[in-house]
Design a protein around this ligand. Structure first.
Ligand SMILES: [Zn+2]
Length: 130
């Protein structure tokens, strides 16, 4: 299979190395929102290569959600001519609804930045930290 686009692979929450294994255990369990298998079931890529690996994803999450929330507030005020208080209420609801989406997406984005695609990952299947 040919290499998939980096952003599409991130959005599909697939293993960055083989682009086939799922990053998160299905079905979604609200008590364990970032429930990931220890290794990729397809290529054995470790999903937490070192302790605290996902601290970096917090900064990505912060940046991505800040711009997203700014866009929501801007749309409410400029396009829909809402008051600031009403816009904040809309933002609060949207923030609650997208919380788990951004939580998982920032982890997916982080590991997709840190781990390169390997077209032969499935063949040798040996564990690789990075
Ligand atoms: Zn994999």
């Amino acid at each position: 299979m040919s290499k998939r686009n980096f952003l599409i692979n991130t959005l599909r929450k697939k293993c960055p190395r083989c682009q086939e294994g799922d990053l998160f255990i299905k079905p979604f369990d609200i008590s364990k929102p970032v429930n990931m298998p220890e290794k990729c079931p397809v290529c054995n890529q470790k999903f937490e290569p070192e302790p605290g690996f996902y601290y970096g994803s917090m900064f990505l999450s912060y940046i991505v959600t800040a711009f997203f929330f700014l866009a929501v507030i801007g749309t409410c005020i400029i396009v829909f001519k809402m008051s600031l208080n009403a816009s904040m209420a809309v933002l609060l609801i949207i923030a609650l609804l997208t919380y788990f989406f951004f939580l998982r997406m920032s982890r997916s984005l982080w590991i997709n930045i840190m781990v390169p695609y390997d077209p032969k990952a499935k063949e040798h299947k040996n564990p690789q930290s990075f």
